[in-house]
Ligand binder design. Structure first.
Ligand code: HBI
Ligand code: FE
Length: 291
């Protein structure tokens, strides 16, 4: 999510050259541990039947519900044994090239802080609940683990080609806000949705947003919102299919994308396979700022 303002220009004091910092787990206060438990319990009331099996299996495999903020020293050996990934704290958003390098080496970077009790519903910057509850369980799925590493490698290659905006949209509409098909209906795998009590319901059940079958170049041309619910969600048939879509030569794709106009967040195009044609009523009412 590279639309936020405060990305540091260089590692702040105390951070390593790769921008990582110690989690300093013993410094978390009881209020912070209680906030994790509150958020976790709230999500688990609504995610069964809404989150993908891959997510729910990952949550169980890592046992993120032992009481309080997970200790990376405890979850990393479990995660690493499953897919070779580990999670590390960083002071905040890191530059794209740093982010891509970590992903390319199967290191996921996470905020070290957790939101305040009066911020449960919305925060601008990813905190440890968004990153560890939202993103990390999916990293236990071998195909998603491969996809995320391929994304990092792709980002390193794309950096010099002037297509980072297009790549950020792919991340946004899959890793952050992706939906997938399942035999029982649509399910969530995107971290931005699965870590949000309100968007977990909105993304699947509200009549307002469009839900469109995932198409790589369509997604990479589509603008997105960082300040409110998405107006479109893209749906993949499976994580395997998502991984397969990115294991191809991107050079011709980048050539086509460079000249292609951007697509508005509420657009429906003739070539789209539309699963839900939304009313956009939520956005029309002013979204979360609605009176
Ligand atoms: N840094 N800590 C952190 N977390 C992110 O999710 C993140 C980032 N830097 C860049 C970034 N995401 C975006 O460029 C992604 O869209 C690639
Ligand atoms: Fe995120």
């Amino acid at each position: 999510m590279s639309d936020f303002e405060h990305v540091f220009a260089e590692p702040p004091p105390g951070a390593a050259a790769d921008w990582t910092i110690s989690q300093n787990w013993c410094a978390y206060t009881q209020v912070e541990h209680d906030t994790w438990d509150t958020l976790y319990a709230r999500q688990m009331k609504i995610l069964p039947g809404r989150a993908s099996d891959a997510f729910l299996n990952g949550l169980r495999a890592l046992d993120l519900n032992t009481g309080g903020i997970p200790d990376f020293a405890v979850i990393n050996p479990k995660l690493e044994a499953l897919t070779g990934w580990t999670v590390h704290c960083v002071p905040g958003l890191v530059p794209d090239d740093v982010f891509f390098d970590h992903l390319a080496n199967r290191r996921f970077v996470s905020g070290q802080f957790i939101r305040k009790p009066d911020q449960l519903d919305y925060l601008q910057e990813p905190d440890i609940f968004h990153d560890v509850f939202g993103h990390v369980p999916m990293l236990t799925d071998p195909d998603f683990a491969d996809y995320m590493q391929a994304y990092g490698l792709g980002g390193q290659r794309a950096a010099g080609l002037g297509v980072l905006d297009q790549l950020a949209r792919l991340y946004w509409y899959t890793v952050e806000f992706g939906l997938m098909e399942s035999p029982d209906g649509l399910r969530i795998y995107g971290a931005g949705i699965v870590s949000s009590a309100t968007e977990s319901v909105f993304a699947l059940e509200d009549g307002s947003p469009n839900r469109i079958a995932f198409d790589l170049e369509r997604v990479m041309r589509t603008l997105y919102r960082i300040d409110d619910f998405q107006q479109v969600y893209f749906v993949v048939p499976s994580i395997e299919a998502l991984k397969a879509a990115t294991l191809q030569d991107f050079a011709p794709i980048y050539d086509r994308l460079r000249g292609a106009p951007e697509i508005a967040v509420d657009a429906v195009l003739p070539g789209d396979r539309v699963l839900t044609r939304g009313t956009q009523s939520y956005a029309a009412r002013g979204g979360r700022f609605a009176a």
